[in-house]
Design a protein around this ligand. Structure first.
Ligand code: AKG
Ligand code: FE2
Length: 295
């Protein structure tokens, strides 16, 4: 399978928008190149390795609260057998919520926090630019998502993931799911395992490998974007299959601001194709979903 390739800073934004539209309709996934963060990726994975190499008691001081912090590798924590440990950094702009983030102490990892913060803001810049192209792809003004309050205040989550290489009982080390928010940027280092299922209604399910493309982000549409577009753009199921190799990945969830109301975009409905979903506050939708979905 060859996913479409989108150039974030192509000199022809309108043709990029057309290519994005086709990718989101056909796959819900694409590669993003020329995003400007290529040179930071090696450092980010280096920092991720330093984090996960901390002693367990250090990591557990940052145990996950309010969706921020560390989750150890432990299937009994309700992770449906997923073999992964993770660390989440929540939105950094809102002064009340920014305090909920949990950071390793400077004694243990030096200036780790500031390098992750700077990485967060770079990814957020990519996310914002991508939102403007998605708006164009839907025949809307490029500042549409900003104007409706979706991305003017960052509500993105950065997730570091580590899948140990040991062989275990479950075939999936990250179980099949669709992402809840609007857009996800996924970065891997080339260890395989990521697969997508393009037709969720087909039985048996057909899973296709997503090949690694050096320097590219793998972008996928989440459920709220699917709702916004009245299912024109698909939020595609994906999973990580066990290969026995240790794997690190980084996911950046560019979620809409919790107060933004997600309702069918006017170019995505008509008399013959009315809105399928009622408007919903993004924060309410995310809370409902996260209450029942393992993370
Ligand atoms: O680790 C990966 O490659 C996929 C992670 C993922 O899909 C997620 O965290 O939502
Ligand atoms: Fe995902």
């Amino acid at each position: 399978m060859n996913l479409p390739i989108i150039d974030l800073y192509s000199p022809h934004p309108l043709s990029t928008a057309i290519a994005i539209r086709q990718a989101c309709i056909e796959y819900g996934f694409f590669y993003l190149v020329n995003h400007g963060v290529e040179n930071e990726l090696g450092k980010a994975f280096h920092e991720s390795r330093r984090f996960f190499s901390l002693p367990m008691d250090e990591k557990m001081k940052m145990a996950r609260k309010e969706f921020r912090g560390y989750t150890p590798l432990d299937p009994t924590l309700g992770l449906q057998g997923d073999s992964k440990e993770s660390y989440y950094i929540g939105p950094m702009a809102d002064s009340a919520n920014v305090k909920l983030n949990q950071w390793p102490s400077p004694e243990s990892l030096g200036n780790w926090r500031s390098s992750m913060e700077s990485f967060y803001w770079k990814l957020f810049g990519v996310g914002k630019k991508l939102f403007s192209l998605i708006a164009l792809s839907l025949d809307m003004d490029e500042d549409f998502f900003e104007k409706i309050g979706a991305i003017d205040k960052p509500s993105a989550f950065l997730r570091l993931l580590r899948y140990p290489g040991e062989m275990g009982g479950h075939e999936e080390i990250c179980s099949a799911h669709s992402d809840t928010g609007a857009l996800t940027l996924l970065i891997t280092e080339g260890v395989p395992g990521l697969q997508i299922c393009r037709d969720k209604s087909k039985e048996p399910q057909v899973w296709e490998d997503v090949p690694y493309m050096e320097g590219a982000f793998i972008v996928n549409i989440g459920d709220l974007m699917e709702r916004w577009t009245n299912c024109l753009y698909q939020s595609t199921m994906h999973r990580v299959k066990r290969t026995g190799k240790e794997r690190y990945s980084i996911a950046f969830f560019v979620d809409p601001h919790p107060d933004c109301v997600v309702e069918c975009i006017k170019t995505c409905c008509s008399e013959s194709s009315p809105p399928r979903f009622s408007p919903i506050r993004s924060g309410d939708y995310m809370d409902e979903r996260l209450a029942v979905t393992p993370v």
